[in-house]
Ligand binder design. Structure first.
Ligand SMILES: NC(=O)c1ccc[n+]([C@@H]2O[C@H](COP(=O)([O-])OP(=O)(O)OC[C@H]3O[C@@H](n4cnc5c(N)ncnc54)[C@H](O)[C@@H]3O)[C@@H](O)[C@H]2O)c1
Length: 258
């Protein structure tokens, strides 16, 4: 039996159709939250929303939105507030991993622009569309919580993932700057996953292992990560147990950032 500390609260998750976003949707709903899940993959989004609602009995609202487009983000935020009434937790999670293996000078301009727009600008746009209303909510002692999804790549700076690593350094900076701006009302922290089997790795352990071998990375805790390894930390950051933590960027990668 889990503690329902999100009862009466709304949670908004970007990239919610798959991977960590989907895992967080189940976890938040199981703890009593009504959830808005945001994604560009309409089919998977509908499927995930239905499964989470059926399993948990909570309200789950799927909203199709490209987080890199400000007009879509504004419309999404408006709809989410209308349907949820509040957004206590924002999991700023949508992200892509284009241009693997490219030397930094060989990354195509289109790929650079795309990954910056989704992974970095997207998180800024979504936070920008929600912070005012989140701050005005009458929850005590905090009016809301923002959890960004960065990456171990933002600390390790992986040569095979140059543009991706740079977006995640940006997310780490964004997290700290948002935390300073939104204190003492809203906490803002980031999770930094390592190497986990999700949609970004085509749901394949073999693909993750190939990337690890390619970069000569050994995971100190001796296994590839799964979705729950990260969702457990996200749940902690959404819970009252983390109310005195803000501006922190926490690796959850079996020790890859040591
Ligand atoms: N899997 C890992 O090992 C790993 C490691 C470090 C960081 N991350 C980060 O985790 C986050 C989630 O990725 P995941 O691993 O769960 O992969 P995933 O592919 O399973 O999930 C990402 C979701 O984001 C959605 N998405 C992509 N572009 C979007 C856009 N423009 N607007 C809205 N939604 C969009 C996708 O459709 C997908 O459903 C990403 O930010 C990623 O960088 C993943």
């Amino acid at each position: 039996m889990v503690e329902k500390f999100l009862e009466g609260k709304g949670a908004l998750i970007t990239g919610g159709a798959s991977g960590f976003g989907r895992g967080a949707a189940y976890a938040f709903a199981e703890r009593g939250a009504d959830v808005a899940i945001i994604d560009i993959n309409e089919e998977l989004l509908e499927e995930t929303a239905k499964k989470v609602a059926d399993k948990t009995g909570q309200k789950v609202i799927p909203i199709v939105c490209d987080v890199s487009k400000s007009d879509q983000v504004e419309a999404m935020a408006k709809q989410a507030y209308q349907e949820l009434e509040n957004v206590y937790v924002l999991f700023n999670n949508a992200g892509i991993g284009v241009a693997y293996g490219k030397n930094i000078f060989r990354v195509k301009e289109l790929d650079w622009d795309k990954i910056m727009a989704v992974n970095l600008k997207g998180q800024w746009l979504v936070a920008k569309s929600l912070w005012r209303k989140m701050k005005a909510q009458k929850f005590e002692p905090l009016s809301g919580k923002i959890i960004c999804n960065a990456s171990a790549a933002g600390l390790l700076l992986i040569p095979e993932l140059p543009a991706y690593s740079i977006t995640k350094v940006g997310v780490i900076a964004l997290t700290k700057l948002l935390a300073k701006s939104l204190a003492p009302h809203i906490t803002v922290n980031a999770v930094l996953p390592g190497f986990h089997i999700t949609g970004i790795y085509l749901e394949s352990e073999e693909t993750v292992q190939t990337v690890l071998d390619d970069q000569n990375i050994k995971i100190p805790l001796g296994r590839i990560g799964n979705v729950n390894d990260v969702v457990d930390l996200v749940v902690y950051l959404a819970s009252p147990a983390s109310n005195y933590i803000t501006g922190q960027c926490i690796p959850v990668g079996g020790g890859v950032c040591i």
